[in-house]
Design a protein around this ligand. Structure first.
Ligand code: MLT
Length: 365
């Protein structure tokens, strides 16, 4: 990919994106085990009662599968980060809908590929589920020896949400605008640090787009997730990063970080004062981070159907809708939260990113 190439929003999965309403103060949950009986909250408090038990995929029929033991959703990045936040938001209503318990487990490493490999090798019985994101589509190109095939080794449950990214700087980082940022990085290329969550992370992909658009060769500092990366940025230990609004909105609104741009074609409702990359002269840096759910290949169809139905119920939960809106995003439309639609999307995303990554010459070696 050469500087100056512009990605069409539809091609990047942004065609169905819509911004959420103004931020309202949602905090990321770091509760590890969800006692998710009917209507139960992650903190043990009664839930909002908004989630009816799932039946079949959205048609109101009889449930074909009810779990007899806890389901584990494996999150491929650190607790407290954006993927973790989305997972824990939907876990309670999904558990209530499917009529069981859901445990969230963080399995960090290698830009999300350790967790994906673990789930690919798990028993295909519905009790091990992967929450992954856009990295599911970039890993096959980034990792020449990837031990799984995203399309062959998984059944998709469905798409969950699509999250804008923001480019932010540490409180003491000198630049105040995106233009100042690129000039400053160029002048201080040996000392400026860019935090990300490893090769295959959305934050790494966004950094790649910044490098391609500016010609800069960033000094990357990899973490197991952007949760800890953001902690270090808040402490001025790294200079800047690109991260999802599910992790950054609260800190941007509290003016705890410097914010340079949002990576969507238009401003988002949760951050109305933050300009787009296009407005700031870096319109080639546009990306939203989709998240999807997967189970190992060979999982029985009735189990996939029950999990999809539970996902669809969770995406209609008012607390999920409101919390995601506070964080600059929204649940996807129901017709995208299906195995068929998300498998098609995954396939086209793999094809979209392959030449871009290959042209940039990035591999995880
Ligand atoms: C996370 O959950 O830490 C992020 O999704 C990491 C990333 O992809 O940048």
């Amino acid at each position: 990919m050469k500087p100056g190439i512009r990605f069409h929003p539809e091609a990047l999965g942004m065609g169905r994106w819509r911004g959420g309403p103004q931020f309202g103060g949602m905090m990321a949950s770091v509760v590890l085990v969800l006692a998710a009986c009917q209507g139960g909250g992650t903190d043990g408090s009664p839930g909002d009662g908004g989630s009816a038990p799932a039946t079949s995929a959205g048609d109101g029929g009889a449930a074909a599968w009810t779990p007899e033991e806890p389901i584990t959703i494996v999150v491929p990045f650190s607790a407290g980060g954006p993927t973790d936040t989305v997972t824990r938001l939907i876990a309670d209503p999904m558990a209530a809908a499917v009529g069981g318990e859901i445990v969230v487990q963080n399995v960090e490493g290698a830009g999300g590929t350790v967790a994906a490999g673990q789930v690919a090798d798990a028993e295909p019985d519905g009790y091990t589920v992967l929450m992954h994101h856009i990295g599911m589509s970039t890993a096959p190109t980034l990792y020449p020896d990837l031990p799984y095939d995203p399309l062959e080794d998984f059944e998709t449950i469905g798409l969950v949400t699509e999250v804008p990214m923001t480019i932010i700087g540490s409180p003491e980082f000198e630049p105040n605008t995106l233009e100042e940022l690129t000039a400053y990085v160029e002048e201080n290329i040996d000392t400026v640090t860019y935090a990300n969550a490893g090769v295959g992370a959305a934050s790494q992909l966004c950094g790649l787009l910044i490098e391609t658009a500016t010609g800069l060769d960033l000094t990357e500092v990899p973490y197991d997730g952007t949760g800890p990366a953001l902690d270090d940025l808040l402490g001025n230990q790294v200079d800047f990063m690109c991260d999802q609004t599910t992790n950054t909105t609260e800190h941007i609104l509290a003016e705890e970080v410097k914010v340079y741009a949002v990576t969507t074609p238009e401003r988002i409702e949760a951050l109305p004062d933050v300009p787009t990359t296009e407005e700031e002269g870096l319109g080639d840096v546009q990306v939203t981070v989709w998240h999807g759910l997967y189970v190992p290949a060979g999982t029985p169809p009735e189990v996939v159907e029950a999990l999809t139905a539970a996902l669809q119920t969770a995406l209609q939960d008012q607390n999920v809708i409101d919390s995601l809106a506070d964080l600059g995003t929204a649940p996807v439309e129901q017709d995208l939260a299906t195995p068929e639609a998300h498998t098609d999307q995954l396939q086209s995303q793999i094809e979209l990113w392959r030449p871009i990554i290959e042209d940039a010459g990035v591999t995880a070696s």
